[in-house]
Design a protein around this ligand. Sequence first.
Ligand SMILES: [Zn+2]
Ligand SMILES: [Zn+2]
Length: 305
Amino acid sequence: MSGAGGTGTSGTSGTSGTGCVGHECGTRRAGGRPAGRATGGHRLCAGCHRRLAEDIRRLPGLYRDCERVLGGASAKGLRERTSGGPLPGLPFNAAAAEARAAIMTVLGSWSGLVAQERRLRPPERGITALSVFLLRHTDWLAAHPAAAEATREVARLVVRADRVAHPDQSRRIGLGGCVVPGCAGLLSATVPGGAAGGHPAVNCDADPQHSWAGHQWTQLRRLMPRAATRAGAGAPGENPAQGAVAERWLAATDIARLWDTPVGTVYRLASEQRWRRQHRSGRTFYSEADAHDCFSRRAQRSRQG
Ligand SMILES: [Zn+2]
Ligand SMILES: [Zn+2]
């Protein structure tokens, strides 16, 4: 929980002092989307508050799931895919061990803060005891100056552990603001997991009616800049041509799933065509626009024969 304490109030939108500092609202704000308002003396909106508790509640289960992957027992399909290959399962095992250690460290450090500041006896350093203890104090944490850090750290931990523990599961990729006029929702693509195959679908988090099949992705995307401009301009209907579209960044594995292409090919194309890229916490993300142009050209060429 580096920097916890003084940094929790950054990022309020300026319209009021009660903007939610939660991780999810911060992400929305960064994308020019409306964020929630903090309620009841907390620094978090009801949604981020609930999410924090849900995430803390999920961690013991994820911790155990990571343990199973660590033992190599039940990662679905792992054995088949890796049999005959060098060092079966090793990358998963290392990632699982690290995710488990991170869960313990994060829950331990936030429990330590609660215990110290509330003058309580710290819980045992066991995964269930730590989670139960923190859940009991989530309300207090939601009003603490470090609330922003807490939501961010816990949310990232859940994503990371989930990915390690359930490598074959489908996952979601954030795409940006919904293209339906007046909708404040965020679109994400749900892509099926590695062994399962299948095609992605795009859904809005605000309205279940706003959903598209994955193959409509290209059409959909053409509408997205307008949606982004509308939100960025703040005044609906004005200056529809003005305003920069927020660039979207995708991991190579996400691009591979969205365009149904081997990851190796994605890396090769990115390198050959010099896609714009960003490095964040040790991972590389590519410009979605560059990837999209590339795959559109390829699709066009293959249609022309
Ligand atoms: Zn919030
Ligand atoms: Zn929508």
